[in-house]
Structures are given as structure tokens and as C-alpha cells.
Design a binder for this molecule. Structure first.
Ligand code: ZN
Length: 825
């Protein structure tokens, strides 16, 4: 154990005491409610936050939301994160929403692979049995009395994932109660669970109204006088946390009816909780109820600590009468929370920096204060393998602090979000530790505290956090992240080795030393599958400064057929001896805690021939995409165009102007640039508009094109859908690259979204494609000549295919860009 210095610091505690006491008053009432509801949907944002706030804070039921996915496949309105990065952001947005509406959050391992038209397709990709097992596991663990679904099982659900969530909820209701289903779970600490019923919370969205007056109705519009808010107000605060989806919503007040229809189990008559015993009788211990009633009656808002002795007596009684009862165990935890709240006990474990570097030291301060007159003694801290007594006794309203410095020995991959530790499958994350399934994030406590309060011991888990003060935002807590001493990555993500005109493609190796000792003589090892190449280097010891080395791809790749390249750095010195191959991905937004994970970067090598015409491309950024990186890899010069750059003289110098995804949704100023852009096209330019949405967000009425067309919600979700070529002689299919069926091989996630519809007769269509069971749609790409130039609108998902290194997508985009170079036509 390290040397410990005990200091006394002036109190700087400023948490809102009033708000806390309100929570205590509600928490005490909740001790007498023994019932639970699990809401099941497919995505972050599917949940009915108003109903959940009502169930959790008005009915005081244990309330959970099981979102089958983390929303990885959606569109991002606040940045360019996609896929698992977006799933990480939405996970945190859901947790932020739950902190407001009071419910708990769960996830299955299902991956949100993007829009799906049917539950059949969804189940094929997810592996239905695997996700059903996850839902059964969460039900057996959470033991809901009532399960509520958001969606019906048919097409009215509007999305294959939605319908699938309803099917899984119903099947899991039966399977969780069946000892023959998923019996391997029983050795992991769960038992069969029979919920009372499954109800569908019907809805009236857009054109689909599934409610009717003969359904069960509940008014959830009540006003909570303790909180000073109605559930419609709480729900709006909760839902507005979904910032990456632009889901800020207005607050509703007054009567608010929710409708329910029974799907499985006994149908209720008056209320969704009909025939569910919500009292202590279900534990065989009715007497507890009276004790709690007395605590509630005697609770003094001005002096909450007067309730501590009675809460302790209750805690001791429950501890001796657990009988392995789910509800007694839960209520015991709640009583402990109430004791801590009545004490006004504040505890924190804060580090002096956010990144804890493996092999380096970290200074941590433990600060505790008791703001009650009830004695708190023998405060003991357990941090890793270190334990110590922080204080023999906590005097009233005085902070007690201990600082200690410890070597970081934890392997950085232990901090990895648990669902990213193993290689994921096509349709779901791989999680080998059954006990982690369902959890929203890593829940391991870094620090534990035990203390004697009056006459009983209480224990609590404390996260290790980095605390700092931002001049604008005030005091901020962020998670402490364990990182390797040396970070390394390669870029770009896609290398084109066979562009015409020829280029000399390069690969950059970036490294960043986190601890000065991770430096000196080392080797970079390039691995391209069929060959390895080692280069001796000297690692610069400057901490937290990215160093870049550039290599020509020809000097690294021996095999001409290699399609991927990874890199690691081998270090061998007194302190660090081993291979470093990971880089740190940090995602920072103000509305969520810092999100991170470690990854081994990989460059995809594309050896297919890609002929390129033209030089300078203007790019108008939209909601965020990585298309400009692909343009650079193809050898174009990319000129970013902001509002002030869109002028006749600037556009004149450009071979094409491409608008980023949803540029017309996110940049209101583009409406005012219509004439300039059309003049550019008319005088021989080439305007390529990637998809925009026809949703309520942004100025969808913006004029985009020389001749009218509408933007529909038509899309081709099957990334293998056959592409039928309508006009084999069109330049888009012939110059400079000859486009064939092979160019549509290897596409990922989908073909296209937000097709054009109702287009003017000036437009030509090039492709026809359809999803299984549907008719051909020609709106994935429409083009027209206008004056001397060309205009294209396309819903083809270049923003997905180019970063994935799909050669055909590069060849096709090169041809669209070349439209105003008419050689041969
Ligand atoms: Zn959804």
C-alpha cells in the first residue's frame, strides 16, 4: 500500500439538497410497491418515455426498457459516427434518458444493421434463436410482472426490427416460463419466470392508427407534485436526450391517454397491473408494509436523517429475512440508497487525468462528507488491491480526503465496452460472459466503500472518474479510461493501388506515446496476410503528440493480391516489452460522457482498376460522411464549399460539385444558392446530390434540381439485390469505367435509400432494382442534362460503400463525376 496523506478540505459540496429530499420522499413510497414492467422495442427511441416515466414515478414500479439494438444502423444528425460508433453514442443517450424518466436500460446483442422491410429478413440476419435467448435471459433476470411491446408483429410496425421485437417479446414470454427452453441459463443464476401478460401499447403515428376506444386505456398525464412536473414534461426531457436523432420534442401537459391491447396471458379488465400483487404479501411478509408506512408518515423533509434509525431497523429485519427473495433483495438495496440519501452522504473517487496509462502511475483522491448529525464511522475504501481506512469517524459537514498514487496494472482491454471485446458476427455482437448479456454498459465498480452508519454497515460502489472544471460548463465528471502506453494506427482506411492516371499511393503510420518510457528503438511490423514487412524505427518519447511516418505502398506490399493491411509496433526496453497494435477511439459530445474503445486499424487494399477523369471536386458537407476521403484516395483534389464559397467564380473552377448526405436537410442556406448552382450546371458543370430525406427535419422543400422530382422513402435494403441496367449505352455505365454486374458485388448493408420519385420527363433512369417480393424501382439514380451540364440525384449509398472499400462504388462514382467529360459520346 502506498503512502497516504489525510487532509481536511473546506466543503465544496453543492448538490441540490431539495431535489434529493424529494427523491427520498418518492423513494420511501416506492419501498411499499413490489411490481415491475418491462417495455420492449427494437431501437433507442422506440420506447414510450411518457408511459415509462408514469410507471416509474407515479406508479413507483420497477420499470425497464429492453432495446434489442443500440441503434447502430441509424443516421446521425450530430456527427459522422456510424455503425458501432453510433451505437455507443445512442447507448449513452438512452442512459441519459433513463436518468430522467427513472427506468432501467437493457440491450440484447442484436446489431442494428439498417432498415429492414420484414421480420423474416431481420431474423435471418440476427439469428433469431440467439436474440430470443437474450430476451429470455433479461426476462428471467428482471422478472417483470407485465411485458409491454411498442409494436405489432405485422407490417404496421413499419420496420422489420420493430415487428421482430414484438414477435420476440411474445415468444420470450412463453419461453422464459418453460424449463425446457434455454436450460443452460439456469446454471448462471436465473430460474424460470412466468410474467402475467404481454400487452401491446398501441399507437397513432403518421398514417397508422392502431388505437381504438374499446382498448384498455390509462391516463398518464398526471402531475407529480413532489417533482413539480407532469409525466408529459418528464418524458419530453427524457426523449430530448436522443440528440443524435434530432428528437427534441415539446412538453405535453394535461390528459394523456395510452391504449393497450392484450397479446398473451390473462387479459386485464381495468389496469395493466390487474391481478398482480404489488404488496409485501408476495414475499410472505405483510408486516413490513406497516413499518414502511410509519417511516413514510414520520419522514421530515427538513430533517431526513431522523428517519435513519428506522430505515436501519428495516434494513436489519430484511437482511435476516431474505429467503432468497427477489423482492427482498431489491428492497434491501433501495433501503440502503435511502439511508445514504438521508445522510446527505457524498462520496467521490476522482483521478487527476482522464487517461490511465498502463505501466504509469495515477493519482486518485477519495472525498467523503456526511451532512447529517448521525454518526458515520470506520469508513473503509477498497480500490483494486489496495484497502485503507479513510476516516475513523466523519464529523458533521466536513470533507475527509485521502490521495493515493497507484501503478496502473489493469490491461486496457478490460475497459473495452463488453460487447466490443470479441469479433462480432454479421447480425449480432459476440458476448461470451452470460452475466453481461442485457447490461447497458460495463458495470464493474472501480472503488468500493464500506462504513458503519449509526449501528449498521452499509456498502456502496463508486465509479472512478476524472473531474475538472470547464469555464463555460462548470464542474464535469468523465470516466477514467485505461489505455496502452503506445497507440498506433494506419491510414487511409482504403488504399487504391490501381487508379488511372497512376498515383503513388502511400500509407501513413501514426503513433502516440502515452508514457515517455514507451519509446526508443522499435520495429514497425506491416502484416498484409500473405506477407510481413519489418521496418526499424526510433520512437519519439514526446507524450500525447501524434507522430506520423509515411511509406509508399509499393515498399510494403509484396503480394499483388493482398486486400488488407494491419500494423503493430514492437517495443523492447526495460519498462515496455511487447507488441502494440491498438489505437484509441474517443467520442466526445457535451450531452453524454466520453465514450471510448480500442481498435486495431486496418487498411483495405483495392487492386481493381479505377479510371478517373477530372481534377477538382467541390464538396458541400451535409450531416457528416467520409466520401471526401474516398475522393482523395481516387486522386481528386477536394475543395470544401461553405456558404460564402458557393459563388459563380469559385464553382467555375470545379469539375463537379457533390453534396454530402442530407446537405439540403442540414444547410438551410442552400435554398438561397439555387440559382448559382443551376447556372454552374447550365454552363457545363456537374452537380451530384447524394440522398436527402423527406422527414420533418430541415428545409426539405429546398429546391435542388433543374426539373422537379420528389424524394420518397423508397429504398433497397438487400445489399445483394440484382441491379438491372436500363440503358447499357449511357455514359454513366461506360466512361471512363465499363460498369458491369461485377461492380455491384460486395456491397454492404443496403443498396440505396430515399429514392427519387415522380420525376419530370427530362430525367433518365439508369438502374432498376427491388427488394424480395417487391416491384422494380428506378429511383436510385436519376440524371438529366441541363444546358451544357449535368445533374444527378442518387440514393445509392456511396457513403457506406466507399469507406468499406467496394471497388464498384468507386468506379461508378468516377463515371458520375466524369459526366461532363464527354469523350467518346
Ligand atoms: Zn425503431
Amino acid at each position: 500500500m502506498k503512502k497516504i496523506k489525510v487532509t481536511q478540505v473546506k466543503s465544496t459540496i453543492d448538490r441540490s439538497e431539495r431535489q434529493k429530499r424529494t427523491m427520498v420522499a418518492l423513494g420511501l413510497k416506492k419501498l411499499n410497491v413490489l411490481g415491475s414492467v418491462l417495455y420492449i422495442g427494437a431501437h433507442p427511441d422506440d420506447e414510450n418515455t411518457r408511459l415509462m416515466a408514469y410507471l416509474s414515478k407515479e406508479r413507483l414500479l420497477r420499470t425497464g426498457y429492453l432495446s434489442l439494438t443500440r441503434g447502430d444502423g441509424g443516421q446521425n444528425l450530430i456527427g459522422n459516427e456510424q455503425g458501432i460508433n453510433l451505437g455507443l453514442i445512442r447507448t449513452q443517450e438512452l442512459l441519459a434518458a433513463r436518468r430522467i424518466d427513472g427506468a432501467e436500460q437493457f440491450f440484447s446483442t442484436a446489431f442494428d444493421f439498417g432498415f429492414s422491410k420484414t421480420s423474416d429478413e431481420t431474423f435471418r440476419i440476427w439469428n433469431k434463436e440467439k436474440i430470443l435467448a437474450d430476451v429470455v435471459w433479461v426476462i428471467r433476470k428482471f422478472q417483470p410482472d407485465v411485458i409491454i411491446t411498442r409494436f405489432p408483429e405485422d407490417a404496421r410496425a413499419g420496420h422489420g426490427h420493430h415487428a421482430a421485437s414484438a414477435i420476440l417479446a411474445r415468444e420470450a414470454f412463453y419461453a422464459a416460463a418453460d424449463p425446457n427452453r434455454f436450460p443452460e441459463q439456469f446454471s448462471k443464476g436465473v430460474k424460470v419466470w412466468q410474467a402475467k401478460r404481454v400487452m401491446w401499447n398501441t399507437f397513432n403515428f403518421g398514417n397508422t392508427n392502431t388505437t381504438s376506444e374499446n382498448q384498455l386505456k390509462i391516463d398518464v398525464g398526471a402531475f407529480n407534485a413532489l417533482l413539480g412536473k407532469s409525466y408529459g414534461e418528464i418524458a419530453a426531457d427524457s426523449r430530448s436526450q436522443h440528440k443524435s436523432q434530432g428528437f427534441g420534442v415539446p412538453k405535453s401537459r394535461g390528459l394523456s391517454i395510452e391504449y393497450f391491447t392484450n397479446i398473451a396471458g390473462d387479459a386485464p379488465v381495468n389496469d395493466i397491473m390487474d391481478a398482480v400483487d404489488l404488496s409485501w404479501t408476495r414475499t410472505g411478509n405483510e408486516k413490513v408494509s406497516d413499518d414502511i408506512q410509519k417511516i413514510i408518515q414520520q419522514f421530515d423533509m427538513q430533517q431526513p436523517d431522523k428517519s435513519i434509525a428506522r430505515l436501519e431497523a428495516l434494513k436489519n429485519y430484511l437482511a435476516f429475512n431474505i429467503n432468497n427473495s427477489y423482492w427482498v433483495i431489491r428492497k434491501l438495496d433501495e433501503v440502503t440508497e435511502m439511508i445514504k440519501a438521508c445522510l446527505g452522504l457524498f462520496v467521490e473517487a476522482v483521478a487527476n487525468k482522464q487517461l490511465a496509462v498502463e505501466g504509469d502511475s495515477l493519482r486518485v483522491s477519495f472525498n467523503v462528507i456526511n451532512r447529517s448529525k448521525v454518526p458515520v464511522k470506520k469508513v473503509k475504501i477498497l480500490y483494486g488491491d489496495t484497502s485503507f481506512v479513510l476516516s475513523d469517524s466523519l464529523p458533521y459537514n466536513q470533507v475527509r480526503s485521502v490521495q493515493l498514487t497507484r501503478l496502473v496494472t489493469r490491461p486496457p482491454l478490460e475497459d473495452q465496452p463488453y460487447w466490443l471485446k470479441e469479433q462480432m458476427g454479421e447480425g449480432s455482437y459476440t458476448v461470451n460472459d452470460q452475466n453481461k448479456i442485457g447490461l447497458p454498459q460495463n458495470m464493474d465498480a472501480d472503488v468500493k466503500l464500506a462504513a458503519m452508519v449509526d449501528t449498521t454497515y452499509i456498502g456502496m460502489n463508486i465509479p472512478l472518474q476524472y473531474k475538472f472544471t470547464d469555464p463555460v460548463r462548470g464542474e464535469i465528471y468523465q470516466p477514467v479510461i485505461t489505455v496502452p502506453a503506445l497507440l498506433v494506427k494506419i491510414s487511409p482506411a482504403v488504399v487504391l493501388t490501381n487508379t488511372i492516371p497512376k498515383q503513388k499511393p502511400q500509407i501513413a503510420v501514426d503513433y502516440e506515446v502515452q508514457q515517455a518510457a514507451a519509446s526508443g528503438d522499435a520495429s514497425i511490423i506491416f502484416n498484409s496476410g500473405s506477407s510481413m514487412k519489418m521496418v526499424k524505427i526510433n520512437i519519439n518519447p514526446r507524450v500525447s503528440v501524434t507522430q506520423t511516418m509515411v511509406f509508399s505502398i509499393d515498399s510494403i506490399l509484396k503480394g499483388k493480391k493482398d486486400t488488407s493491411l494491419t500494423v503493430s509496433i514492437a517495443l523492447s526496453n526495460k519498462k515496455y516489452n511487447g507488441n502494440f497494435s491498438n489505437y484509441l477511439r474517443l467520442i466526445n459530445y457535451d450531452h453524454i460522457p466520453t465514450v471510448h474503445y480500442l481498435f486495431q486499424s486496418k487498411a483495405r487494399i483495392v487492386n481493381d482498376e479505377i479510371k478517373v477523369e477530372g481534377k477538382r471536386i467541390g464538396y458541400i458537407k451535409g450531416a457528416g460522411d467520409n466520401v471526401p476521403d474516398a475522393l482523395l484516395a481516387m486522386g481528386y483534389e477536394v475543395v470544401y464549399l461553405d456558404q460564402q464559397d458557393i459563388t459563380e467564380s469559385k464553382l467555375k473552377t470545379l469539375d463537379a460539385v457533390i453534396t454530402g448526405v442530407r446537405a439540403y436537410n442540414t444547410n438551410e442556406y442552400l435554398s438561397g444558392k439555387y440559382d448559382i448552382l443551376m447556372n454552374y450546371v447550365e454552363n457545363g458543370g456537374n452537380l451530384i446530390v447524394q440522398y436527402n430525406t423527406s422527414s420533418q427535419i430541415g428545409p426539405v422543400r429546398a429546391r435542388i434540381s433543374p426539373y422537379p422530382f420528389d424524394i420518397s422513402r423508397n429504398r433497397i435494403t438487400d445489399e445483394k439485390a440484382t441491379v438491372r441496367i436500363l440503358q447499357p449505352t449511357h455514359p454513366i455505365l461506360n466512361y471512363p469505367n465499363k460498369i458491369t454486374d461485377k461492380d455491384f458485388d460486395g456491397w454492404v448493408q443496403e443498396r440505396s435509400i430515399y429514392h427519387a420519385s415522380n420525376w419530370d420527363s427530362h430525367y433518365e433512369t439508369i438502374f432498376a432494382m427491388h427488394d424480395p417480393g417487391e416491384n422494380d424501382d428506378e429511383g436510385s439514380l436519376i440524371t438529366t442534362k441541363f444546358g451544357k451540364g449535368n445533374f444527378v440525384y442518387t440514393g445509392l449509398v456511396f457513403f457506406r460503400e466507399l469507406p468499406a472499400g467496394v471497388p464498384g462504388a468507386y468506379r461508378l462514382l468516377a463515371n458520375i463525376i466524369a459526366l461532363n467529360h464527354k469523350k467518346g459520346f
